[in-house]
Write a protein that binds this ligand. Structure first.
Ligand code: MG
Length: 449
């Protein structure tokens, strides 16, 4: 990559978050018009990685963001990547500080794929969530740097836009059908045309009575309770109610969250066919992948799957055998943008669309990475997204925003999101370590989330 001093200085300013407006001009515009013809440029030396460090912050209550900052040999030029693993942030911090930082120092920041491949196998054992999230932080930061160096948003490096903005679905839930309908109405008024409906949280635990394990002193007082029966009965009733209130125009989604037995999930999906859901999410746990063929043979309900996936072996067969309709991996969980774009390319040939996981425990940098890829791929399906609170928007200048059911990114070189580190330090991680608290059946058996 060749560039003259004035342009590199400019991009350095962008890295420091100072040159966004200036750099919204494209290369070749008047801002960069003073560049010498290429033949007279001196080749710039490799851009070296000088430091890889995690930044932990919690401006969004209950969420432990981990963002990786990659610093380079060019003063002020850095990249940011999402490595948020809400349940194990300190393990990711250690993976970045103790292993990725020393591994990466001195390497050429331009060689994203080579760094990814060598870092991936540097632990010999691989494909776990801690190391994949750390790797994602590094990977996304390198894409951010490459965009800043090129003076282009990352979606341009991925091929340019296939759409003007990213269609999103919103979450609506309620403890009663009436409360749910009110929340659906509110999301509809905000401009969403795709709404995920849940009755009182995953598995409708409030509908279950008789947590016998508690009376027996089994488990801990914090453990919650759900039984499959009330949940399985409530979901078709919920769809019936919301369809009768809102008609056919609204696209309805639902997340089973893997909380019932495989055959129960299959029967539920069959029952939901008549309500024409946009998709049913995570009907089966990753451990039950073998049931997807049976599910497909029994129902044509669109299936979205994958937020818990870590390994290519989990998604390749589901995509290539056309057993799902939407692949919805958590991009940091699979190792970053470099992996996700390959998943999208694989899925395109099998008519599987994307629906990247996009809850509140993906940082604004991660949401931006989702959106850049969404903009650039043909087989984009839909994006899960959330509205971040003001504190999160302040900590992350350039945080993607939601408007009229679309996710909008800041048009700037790289991923378009920065971090205000002094402000981030004012939001330390909560004392609670962030465990996923157990959910139990009546007899105390744990339910896999
Ligand atoms: Mg989900």
């Amino acid at each position: 990559m060749q560039m003259n001093i004035s342009r590199r200085r400019l991009l350095g300013l962008a890295g420091m978050g100072l040159g966004g407006a200036l750099l919204s001009s494209r290369p070749g515009s008047e801002v960069l018009g003073s560049e010498q013809p290429q033949s007279t440029q001196k080749p710039a030396g490799p851009l070296k990685i000088t430091k890889v460090r995690p930044i932990l912050t919690s401006p969004q209550p209950g969420v432990r963001f981990v963002v990786v900052k990659v610093e380079t040999s060019e003063p002020g030029l850095y990249g940011l990547g999402c490595a948020t693993f809400n349940q194990r942030p300190l393990a990711v911090k250690a993976a970045v500080e103790e292993y990725l930082d020393p591994f990466c120092r001195g390497r050429d920041a331009d060689n994203i794929e080579d760094i990814w491949q060598t870092a991936y196998t540097s632990s010999y054992w691989r494909n776990g969530p801690v190391l994949n999230n750390a790797l994602s932080g590094l990977d996304q930061a390198l894409w951010d740097i490459k965009g800043k160096r090129a003076g282009l948003p990352v979606y341009q490096l991925l091929g340019g836009k296939c759409r003007f903005a990213v269609v999103c679905y919103a979450h609506a839930s309620g403890r009663t059908l009436e409360q749910l309908a009110e929340n659906v109405q509110a999301k509809k008024e905000q401009g969403f045309r795709h709404i995920r409906i849940q009755l009182g949280g995953y598995g409708s635990p409030h509908l279950s009575g008789g947590a016998d394990f508690r009376e027996s002193g089994f488990g801990s007082a914090r453990d919650t309770h759900m039984d499959a029966g009330p949940y399985l009965k409530s979901v078709p009733q919920m769809f019936e109610y919301i369809r009768s209130k809102f008609g056919d125009e609204l696209n309805l989604l639902h997340d089973i969250h893997e909380r019932v037995e495989p055959v129960e999930a299959i029967n539920l999906c069959k029952e939901l066919e008549k309500y024409r859901p946009f998709f049913i999410e995570d009907p089966l746990a990753p451990e039950a992948i073998g049931y997807f063929r049976m599910l497909r043979h029994q129902t044509c309900v669109p299936i979205a799957m994958g937020e818990l996936f870590n390994s290519p072996h989990e998604w390749i067969g589901l995509i290539s055998e056309r057993l799902i309709d939407f692949i919805r991996v958590h991009i940091s969980q699979v190792g970053g943008l470099s992996v996700a774009r390959k998943i999208a390319a694989l899925a395109e040939w099998f008519q599987v669309r994307t629906a990247w996981h996009g809850p509140a425990d993906v940082s604004p940098v991660g949401h931006a990475a989702n959106a850049h890829l969404d903009l650039a791929i043909h087989n984009f399906g839909i994006q899960e997204a959330v509205a971040f609170n003001q504190a999160t928007q302040d900590v992350f200048p350039g945080c993607p925003t939601l408007k009229n059911g679309y996710l909008q990114i800041r048009e700037a070189p790289g991923l378009g999101v920065d971090i205000d580190e002094p402000l981030a330090r004012k939001f330390p991680l909560p004392e609670h370590p962030g465990y996923w608290e157990p959910v139990r059946r009546r007899d105390g058996t744990t339910v896999r989330p």
